[in-house]
Ligand binder design. Structure first.
Ligand code: SF4
Length: 251
């Protein structure tokens, strides 16, 4: 890690977060006090953060989340108004052939697979769950196109049920930078986060970290000077640091 540059000026966003909370010798990244401090600072900056996918009900959120794989929420929000207008219910979508859906969702990428998934999901919700999106992880995982991340989004955002932690690309990267996990696959990262984050914060944590990943803790050249977590973050690829860097804290 080359010597980090000194910033010309710190932003006001980090003005009240200037003190490291744990002396280096006793440093344990998952210490509950440090985790609480991370949660507190995230909450202060991203309080009220929620899912950016436009939806009016659980079914629309399930659809939109399936479409969001390898795609931005902004792009998904551009195609879902037409999709939901033409096929407003699982029943109406279940009667379609995937080929009929493909032109509508094409710009979200992987559109053939996604068309199959959302029509398959519509059939499953219609035939196995009486037209209602199920509210348990076990049931949601039987729906085509819905893996744990999708299930966690729907359960947390729509139903307010914390069965796990959403691990998308932002949560993956930032949890590793913050040393809340050293795992490198979504399943293990989620298990680690469920150990260190209080359950009452599982839903908010994901929303807030996703916002953090879009605004400041971006994949390349994170905006550390402006970051409220700067004094308690030892990430190896920080662009500015007032605390020691940890080589193993890689994104
Ligand atoms: S200090 Fe930098 S690397 Fe650490 S959380 Fe903030 S933006 Fe990300």
């Amino acid at each position: 890690m080359p010597a980090a540059k000194k910033p010309a000026k710190r932003s006001s966003a980090s003005a009240d977060t200037t003190k490291p909370i744990t002396p280096p010798k006793t440093y344990k990244p998952t210490d509950p006090k440090r985790v609480q401090e991370i949660l507190k600072r995230l909450n202060a900056r991203y309080g009220g953060a929620t899912c950016a996918l436009t939806h009016r009900n659980a079914w629309e959120l399930l659809d939109a989340t399936i479409l969001s794989a390898q795609c931005t929420d902004v792009r998904v929000n551009m195609v879902t108004p037409e999709l939901f207008a033409l096929y407003p219910t699982p029943e109406s979508l279940a009667q379609q052939q995937p080929e009929a859906i493909e032109p509508i969702i094409k710009s979200t990428g992987f559109f053939r697979n996604k068309a199959k998934s959302i029509v398959g999901a519509a059939k499953a919700v219609t035939e196995q769950f009486g037209g209602k999106v199920p509210q348990t992880m076990a049931e949601l995982l039987t729906v085509p196109g819905a893996a744990r991340k999708t299930a966690n989004v729907v359960l947390g955002t729509w139903f307010g049920i914390a069965e796990g932690v959403v691990v998308d690309t932002h949560v993956h990267r930032i949890s590793r930078r913050l040393e809340l996990t050293h795992a490198n696959d979504a399943k293990s990262i989620e298990q680690d986060l469920m150990q260190v984050i209080p359950k009452s914060r599982w839903i908010d944590f994901s929303h807030q970290v996703i916002h953090h990943g879009r605004q400041l803790c971006v994949a390349r050249k994170p905006k550390c000077v402006e970051c409220p977590l700067e004094t308690i973050c030892h990430a190896a690829d920080k662009t500015y640091s007032s605390v020691p860097i940890h080589k193993t804290a890689t994104p």
